[in-house]
Design a protein around this ligand. Structure first.
Ligand SMILES: [Zn+2]
Length: 318
């Protein structure tokens, strides 16, 4: 793992109360019921989260590491990263990190979706890796969700990740409640598009977690084997991915950016896990009439672009 190229950009951070008003108004275009308010972050060490820290607060920032160009058209297996290193690269050693990424295939022995939940190492304290990963079960072709630390002891990941980092402290956060989807946008898409429309000349980013409390959702899981044929179009990528419909309750980790400030960012990325063996890359709920969302988010102060691909494209970023 050579020293990575890092670019840093300061994001626009409105007052939480202002964000609540903007987001609630926007969500009502896509959901029959929407309520956004400033609350004390619930204790995230408790059910259903079981995160290694209590809250989402303290120097919030996001990072986009690597990218889809390291996965398609053909995989670049040397693209491996470490959460402890990333915490230092985003100038927050010992940070709590959550988000969406890919497992280190060199260590895991296959490709899989990663749901990072890592309290990174600090002087006198080892890292706590509470991440999940989901793969295709070779026995039945279905989803296989596992706790990363049940088998592996590292904090590595590979290829790409969209991560939210903070001190993991309690504090004020934005609570999002939405029920009954009336529009075509996912929860994350609706929040992101609302920010882009309301702040057209600014870049904002939110990171956090939300629960799909009722209903089902469309997800994908990458196959265990990387494609040996180049994947050159979105259709080819989607044919390679395995798609599933999974059931609530699902706990999602999400990072999204309203507008790319010129860093070749992935604008939204959300992975989910559950306590009933399902998890993967979230697209949207498939039960608009019954779906219920409850989420907690914080606006990030900075975005760090780590190891940005020199040769890029826009394939496979859904
Ligand atoms: Zn993903």
């Amino acid at each position: 793992m050579a020293d990575n190229n890092i670019e840093k950009f300061q994001l626009y951070v409105p007052k939480l109360e202002e964000l609540c008003n903007v987001l609630q108004t926007g969500l009502k275009n896509n959901f029959a019921e929407a309520q956004v308010s400033v609350v004390d972050c619930p204790d995230l060490t408790k059910e259903p989260f079981q995160f290694p820290v209590k809250g989402l607060c303290g120097q919030p920032r996001i990072t986009d590491v690597g990218g889809v160009p390291y996965l398609v058209p053909l995989v670049q297996k040397d693209k491996e990263y470490n959460m402890n290193t990333v915490a230092k690269e985003v100038e927050l050693p010992g940070a709590f990190i959550l988000g969406a990424g890919a497992v280190p295939s060199r260590i895991v022995g296959m490709n899989a979706e990663l749901m990072p939940l890592v309290l990174t190492e600090a002087p006198g304290r080892p890292a706590v890796n509470s991440s999940y990963f989901s793969s295709i079960n070779p026995a039945d072709g279905q989803c296989l969700l596992e706790r990363y630390s049940d088998t592996f002891s590292d904090c590595n990941f590979a290829l790409l990740a969209n991560l939210y980092a903070c001190e993991g402290k309690p504090g004020k956060v934005i609570e999002v409640r939405a029920k009954k989807r009336t529009g075509e946008e996912s929860l994350v898409g609706s929040l992101r598009n609302t920010l882009e429309a309301h702040y057209p000349d600014k870049s904002l980013a939110l990171g956090g977690t939300f629960i799909i409390q009722k209903g089902k959702a469309k997800i994908h899981i990458m196959p265990r084997e990387f494609s040996v044929c180049p994947l050159n179009t979105n259709d080819e990528v989607n044919n390679w991915l395995k798609h599933f419909e999974v059931s609530a309750p699902l706990i999602c980790q999400s990072v999204f950016v309203s507008r790319d400030p010129g860093l070749d960012l992935r604008l939204e990325h959300t992975h989910c896990f559950s306590h009933h063996g399902e998890g993967g890359h979230y697209y949207i709920d498939t039960t608009p009439d019954t779906v219920e969302y409850l989420g907690y988010f914080m606006p990030a102060e900075f975005v760090y672009r780590i190891d940005r691909p020199k040769e890029t494209h826009v394939i496979g970023r859904d």
